[in-house]
Write a protein that binds this ligand. Structure first.
Ligand code: S3P
Length: 213
């Protein structure tokens, strides 16, 4: 059964109505699809960091990795997350939903930012097999899962690569998130339903006058 788990990390949850909802998680965890649907249901704007990166660089992500390198991509990713968080705070948008790229947590300064941000950082959890199945449907759009000439790795190599990356990143996702949602075996709508319930419970607890949370 899928479960909802509060993060192990004790945090003071923000009651700030201007706080963003930020989705993190591995490739194929559904951040973009879930984020878009969550934003629609909450009637809030949706931002996809990968889209913003492609627009800013005027290049597809695979081309950024190929021509400018991963370090350039990570720098731009962090810069745009910072700028987005500043912009939405300044604009006073109630609770924008932001989908990040799966590797954002590999940048120490991004982890720092996610741990300090006033918004709610949600880890969409996915296991390696589900991630492999979901990303296979997206073709060659993820450079870290491609071989030479932007050709997707063969299935078995891709699964091994995903297992390795997931193993090294899992602690980072856990350290940066305040809510965890399992997504294996669930549709986008089911995940969003659970998120809305969890977010509602959380704000109900936060606004209860005798609450110590
Ligand atoms: C990456 C994940 C991708 C994208 C880039 C790098 C990663 O985003 O940012 O290909 O390092 O895990 P998704 O998680 O949306 O696929």
């Amino acid at each position: 059964m899928p479960t909802w788990q509060p993060s192990e990390r004790p945090t003071a949850l923000s009651n700030d109505p201007a706080a963003a909802i930020i989705l993190i998680g591995f490739m194929g965890s559904g951040k973009t699809a879930v984020g878009r649907e969550l934003a629609r249901r909450l009637e809030q704007p949706f931002y996809d960091l990968d889209d913003l990166i492609e627009r800013e660089a005027a290049l597809a992500i695979t081309a950024i990795f190929r021509s400018l390198g991963e370090t350039y991509f990570r720098t731009l990713e962090l810069f745009l997350l910072r700028r987005l968080l500043t912009d939405v705070t300044v604009a006073g948008t109630a609770a924008p939903v932001i989908a990040t790229g799966g590797g954002i947590v590999t940048t120490p300064a991004a982890r720092d930012l996610l741990r300090r941000v006033a918004g709610t950082v949600i880890h969409l959890r996915v296991d390696a097999t589900t991630a492999a199945r979901r990303v296979a449907a997206d073709g060659a759009t993820r450079p870290l899962l491609n071989g030479r000439h932007d050709i997707p790795l063969p299935e078995e190599n891709r699964l091994r690569k995903i297992q390795g990356l997931l193993h090294s990143r899992r602690p980072c996702y856990e350290a940066c998130s305040r809510l965890v949602a399992d997504t294996d075996g669930l549709s986008v709508i089911e995940v969003v339903d659970r998120l809305i319930t969890a977010l509602g419970n959380r704000s109900a607890t936060a606004s209860r006058p005798d609450s110590n949370t």
